[in-house]
Design a protein around this ligand. Sequence first.
Ligand SMILES: NC(=O)c1ccc[n+]([C@@H]2O[C@H](COP(=O)([O-])OP(=O)(O)OC[C@H]3O[C@@H](n4cnc5c(N)ncnc54)[C@H](O)[C@@H]3O)[C@@H](O)[C@H]2O)c1
Ligand SMILES: CC(C)[C@H](C(=O)O)[C@@H](O)C(=O)O
Ligand SMILES: [Mg+2]
Length: 353
Amino acid sequence: MSRTVRLTILPGDGIGPEVTDAAISVLTAVAPDAGLSLAIDRCPFGGAGIDATGNPLPEQTLKSCVSADAILLGAVGGPKYDEAARHQGAPRPEQGLLGLRKELELFANLRPSKLFEGLEAASPLRRDIVADTDILIVRELTGGVYFGDHREGTDVASDIMPYSREEVDRVARVAFEAAKGRNGRLTSVDKANVLATSRLWRAVVDDVAKDYPTVTVDHVLVDAMAMHLVTKPASFDVVVTENLFGDILSDELSAIVGSIGLAPSASLGTPDTPGLFEPIHGSAPDIAGQGIANPIGTILSAAMLLRHGLKADAAAERIETAVSTVLKQGLRTKDLGGDADTAAATSAILAAL
Ligand SMILES: NC(=O)c1ccc[n+]([C@@H]2O[C@H](COP(=O)([O-])OP(=O)(O)OC[C@H]3O[C@@H](n4cnc5c(N)ncnc54)[C@H](O)[C@@H]3O)[C@@H](O)[C@H]2O)c1
Ligand SMILES: CC(C)[C@H](C(=O)O)[C@@H](O)C(=O)O
Ligand SMILES: [Mg+2]
């Protein structure tokens, strides 16, 4: 007997549809053995939502997401929409993404990045420095400067960065739990020498630490952390940080281990809300429509969807093993210095399953 699961797919813009198609073919391949029957609902979102309805998060799309078991997203945004926002005051695709994260209260964003075997030469770092890098960034996703008051004038503008104790506490607990299940080391990243929100962040993380005596905690300032990631990335295990710092550091880390095209993410809220799974990269307008995007970040996001969204751990591992295998065998998309296109990379992963 198979279990029917409802997946809402948000292909979005640019390379979004190319990489979500690749991930759907992988999900479809592993579903039967995992006892899953997939009921897929593709919905317009981001720029595609604006084109279809004028709204980056159309009402029907939100409805589908709310009633789904899990959501898979490609990417949103692009120059056409940036222009329309600038000149005609049109909504931005990115507002749809922020709106969806907030609507579903997806406060914890897991962004794992590790050096895959065989990818040493794709890293900009020296082999001995990047070796053994395996970091989980836990990024707070529904607070901070993204969601504070924004004032936009022609001469003065401001963005407010609020955080409450409760917002820090809940994401810190996710990070401590993750650290407990890995190597027991947590690095909390902030800017406590300047920001009041960072001093609250640090105090709350220290309070939560009392409930996790087996986890060691370090506090590191974000500017130094940006440096440590390129000088000693292998010395970190789990990193927890606020929304904007997590956005920036996760792109940096993804490039350190080879390419942003490899990096997946899971955005999680309470156990009864569907998770949102997406690669950390954007719509890559510079390569959109060419069929050359690296689909691995989205395929690994589909694996996270199986693990965190559907509790299908074995199927998730099958996908992760297939990805490791093809990379070890030398499969390289353009971003990794090779010439495999999206279709070839997807076929290789399907064959390795
Ligand atoms: N979650 C999201 O939907 C998301 C995330 C980041 C950026 N964006 C949006 O995407 C648009 C473009 O942003 P950007 O150019 O700063 O960032 P980007 O991540 O789209 O691209 C940065 C660089 O990485 C490359 N790249 C990204 N993904 C790749 C992949 N899968 N395979 C190969 N190369 C890949 C691109 O070609 C580009 O050179 C903007 O509108 C931005 O707001 C959306
Ligand atoms: C598109 C943008 C709003 C988004 C963010 O800043 O969170 C993106 O950069 C990401 O990392 O998912
Ligand atoms: Mg980002």
